[in-house]
Design a protein around this ligand. Structure first.
Ligand code: PLP
Length: 218
């Protein structure tokens, strides 16, 4: 199957209100261009340098989403153009994004990443830390940040009951956050292996890599 074919199969099967992030990390420019030519405009990358070099050469109407863990000292490289940062998991990082956004006269949209998986290696906030950041944004908001939703990654397992439990937990936190912060409207959950389940539970943004571009070689 071609990249264009994969995209059209996926778009046929997901509801219209679910946004599709094409996760293009490690993939060459030609693959991104093929997806672009097929109409895809949202791309996700997990390394700031790689994303920036792709942004430099590809059409400027692409929305670039940073889906990986962000090092504070690299925020400045993506601040001029990044459309959405999915992996915000600490207040210090928000402060740095705010600073770099201000330098570029921008307001940068961010998602708060919540730890929902059993693996200890997956980044993210616990419920208390999430509440602290929401409280901070309510009382002393960063003027150049907009918190627009939550993101999470489920445990890498074939146990659908477990995955569904984790997604359901994140959906509940999302519903609660939506009542607290007015800009919240995005729930980013679901990857190639579990997106159907994520949508069933209430995801409205899925991040698909291998399902569109094929397996990655690192
Ligand atoms: C790589 C990655 C994806 C896409 O993974 P696939 O299994 O290839 O769909 C989604 N989200 C994040 C955060 C990733 O790092």
């Amino acid at each position: 199957m071609s990249i264009a074919g994969n995209l059209s199969t996926i778009l046929d099967e997901i509801p219209k209100e679910v946004s599709l992030v094409a996760v293009s990390k490690t993939k060459p420019i030609e693959d991104l261009q093929a997806a672009y030519n097929a109409g895809q405009r949202i791309f996700g990358e997990n390394k700031i340098q790689e994303m920036t070099s792709k942004w430099e050469v590809l059409p400027k109407d692409i929305q670039w989403h940073m889906i990986g863990n962000v090092q504070s000292n690299k925020v400045k490289y993506m601040a001029p153009y990044v459309a959405l940062i999915h992996g915000v998991d600490r207040s210090k990082l928000l402060a740095e994004i705010n600073k770099q956004a201000a330098k570029n006269n921008r307001v940068i949209d961010c998602l708060l990443q919540v730890h929902i998986a059993q693996e200890s290696t997956k980044f993210g906030l616990n419920e208390t830390e999430l509440n602290d950041i929401i409280h901070q944004q309510l009382t002393t908001p960063f003027p150049n940040i907009r918190i627009v939703g939550l993101m999470g990654m489920a445990t890498f397992t074939s146990d659908n009951v477990q995955i569904k439990q984790e997604f359901t937990f994140l959906k509940a936190l999302y519903d609660k956050a939506r009542n607290q912060l007015k800009d919240i409207s995005i729930l980013s959950m679901g990857m190639s292996g579990d997106y159907a389940l994520a949508i069933e539970v209430g995801s409205n943004m899925i991040r698909l890599g291998s399902k569109i571009f094929g397996e990655r070689n690192y």
